[in-house]
Design a binder for this molecule. Sequence first.
Ligand SMILES: [Mg+2]
Length: 240
Amino acid sequence: MKNYDVILFDLNDTLVNDTENRRFAYQCMIEYFGFPYSEEGFLHWLSFDNLYWKTYVNHVSVPSEFKHIQSDYVWYIRSYRYFMFFNGKISLKEALAYNELYIKSLEKHIVSMPNAFEMISFLWNHYLLYIATDGPKQAVPSKLNAIGCSSFFQGIFSRNMTKSNTAKPNPLFFEDLLEYIHFDKKDRILIVGDNLEKDIALASNVQVDSCWYNHKQEVSTTIIPTYEIHDLLELKRILS
Ligand SMILES: [Mg+2]
């Protein structure tokens, strides 16, 4: 007897190595704007980018011409972070023009998380698999393709497909996701992801089982996953 029918996989740092991916994209961005690369600069970008999506993004004042169409809105808020990061060294116009190149560079250097292909190619025959990501949908197919997993997923759901631009762990993200996958039996769904505050908190907010892929050996405090693994192959043990 199977425990679940649907498994929702986070993408970044769950199936693909997001740090290596972003390092390459950062190198391209620095080169494009004519600045020198340094490891310190990259680490600064990583923490800035994480903080941007967590906090700063809520304070970006989006001009009315970018508010009518959801994709324009997302374009603006994605671009605004380059403008903010370079702090006066590039114009907002240059930041807006750059956004697509950044997304394209994210598609170019993709490193798999250990055993992603082994696990996904085993699961797809037994479960309906979907990607549930906060990242841009545009980058997902090439990432899945690069790790050999593109044919195993029924669909891809991303933040920019939500009605009100909501991300994990907001329950509205999950509501829109359920509508997209046409499935509403929450007790037959498992969410798998690396991020406690996003993936596991989402599962807990909507009362769905979760599996925390804790590859960074973090310590869970207030957010408690249903299962915890340190290697993707351990999913077999949970699901058997
Ligand atoms: Mg993740």
